[in-house]
Every structure is written in structure tokens, then in C-alpha cells.
Design a protein around this ligand. Structure first.
Ligand SMILES: C[S@@+](CC[C@H](N)C(=O)[O-])C[C@H]1O[C@@H](n2cnc3c(N)ncnc32)[C@H](O)[C@@H]1O
Length: 218
């Protein structure tokens, strides 16, 4: 990728080497994250057409495809897209994986019933990018958006803050209060259905499910 000054490192970080490295994940951590996805998707009908963006190497894509969702995937990194395509083929699913920028999705309005955006929002360094991404997701989602974010109300976040205050390395990961996340969605016409914590008050990772205001169909 040839961007000169990316607004955040996560935008350009995933070249072939980094993308491959990202696939090696601790099993316990992966399972805990997928349990959180399952808790949110317990509210999402199996008939929903789902978009996974960013799909990374496709672990959420495959997890949801195995549950029977009709899923499409997208990411900005060519290396990640290649890995998802391999993963999808290995699992014998027929899933479209395409290159998209979450800040400017090119799908038609309400093209998907539900969108999941997992493990990217905490990379966004400022409110402008956060709002742009949420607005793009909400434009393309007919009913639900499930968005992961890092909560400041957690031991992990407090530890990161203390470390930075004591002169340690400043984290590139940004915690955002739920109220702030809700305000981005409110501007895009969505309201919170439920917030799921990976491990309440201990772990920073949350997944919040939002729904379009006034949408009556399931
Ligand atoms: C930490 S990975 C998470 C991937 C996947 N959701 C998972 O949990 O395994 C973050 C992903 O965001 C992608 N990404 C970064 N900026 C993006 C953007 N503006 N639009 C779409 N994808 C982006 C990266 O290429 C990377 O694959």
C-alpha cells in the first residue's frame, strides 16, 4: 500500500508479513471474542445477509458462515483479502471478498441486513474518522450494525493510561466511552440495542449492537 501519511497505522500496517502474523492468535482469546460475537448474533435472524468489514484473515466471516449466515467480506489490505480468500476456499464456502475502505463503503444504501465491524474502531485516532466510519456502516446496513470498541471503563484501559502517564510507550489503541459511540450512531439514525463486554470491567473489548431507528421488519 502506498499511502504517504495514513491517519492511523492500522490502515496500512497489514502487509504480507504482518497479515500472516495476525492469523496466529491465542486460542482462548479467539474463543472469548467469538463468544461475544455469538451473544450479539443471537439477536440477528439467520436469514440476514451480513457484511464482515474489516474481515482481516476471515475468522469472523468463517465463524458466521458456519452458523448459516449469507456473508460477504471486505477489507482494505490486499494481503488480508488474499488470506480471507484462502480461508474461505479451505472451508469450501462461496463468499465474496472485496477491497473496501470502511470510511467510504461503495455498496448501495441498506445493501446488507446486518454489518459486523470487529477490531478496527479502536485504531481510529479522532472523532472525525469515527463518525465517518459509523456513518458509512449505517448507510449500508438495513437493520443492525455490530461494532467492537475498546471501553475506557476497564482494567486494561486504566493500565494503558497509567503506563503512558509514567512515560511508557503511548498506545496506538484508543478507548471510546459507550456514550460517545452511541452519539456517532445517533447521528446516523441508529440506537443501541445491547452492549456486550468480553469480560466486564476487566477486559477492554466490547461489542455493541445498534439498530436502525424505525425499522420494523426483523
Ligand atoms: C486488527 S484487524 C481485525 C480483522 C478482523 N476483523 C479480525 O477480528 O480478525 C484490522 C483490519 O482492519 C483493516 N483495515 C484498516 N483500515 C481499514 C479501512 N479503512 N477500511 C477497511 N479495512 C481496514 C486492516 O487491513 C485489518 O485487516
Amino acid at each position: 500500500m502506498s499511502e504517504q501519511k495514513p491517519a492511523y497505522r492500522g490502515r496500512v500496517k497489514y502487509d504480507d508479513k504482518t497479515a500472516r502474523k495476525y492469523q496466529v492468535r491465542k486460542e482462548g482469546k479467539h474463543n472469548a471474542e467469538m463468544r461475544m460475537v455469538d451473544r450479539a448474533f443471537a439477536l440477528v435472524p439467520k436469514t440476514h445477509r451480513v457484511l464482515d468489514v474489516p474481515c482481516g484473515g476471515g475468522r469472523v466471516t468463517v465463524h458466521l458462515a458456519k452458523k448459516g449466515y449469507a456473508i460477504s467480506s471486505a477489507d482494505l489490505s490486499d494481503s488480508m483479502i488474499a488470506i480471507t480468500r484462502e480461508t474461505v476456499a479451505k472451508n469450501k464456502f462461496n463468499i465474496t471478498v472485496e477491497k473496501q475502505d470502511i470510511e467510504n463503503l461503495t455498496f448501495n444504501e441498506r445493501h446488507f441486513d446486518t454489518i459486523i465491524s470487529f477490531r478496527l474502531f479502536h485504531h481510529f485516532p479522532n472523532p472525525e474518522i469515527r463518525q465517518r466510519a459509523v456513518t458509512a456502516l449505517c448507510r449500508v446496513a438495513r437493520k443492525y450494525v455490530a461494532l467492537s470498541y475498546f471501553s475506557p471503563a476497564s482494567m486494561t484501559s486504566v493500565k494503558r493510561k497509567v503506563r503512558a502517564a509514567l512515560g511508557g510507550k503511548k498506545s496506538e489503541k484508543h478507548a471510546t466511552p459507550l456514550k460517545e459511540v452511541e452519539s456517532y450512531f445517533a447521528k446516523a439514525g441508529f440506537k443501541l440495542v445491547k452492549d456486550f463486554a468480553q469480560l466486564p470491567l476487566i477486559h477492554t473489548m466490547h461489542l455493541a449492537l445498534f439498530e436502525r431507528v424505525g425499522e420494523s421488519k426483523p
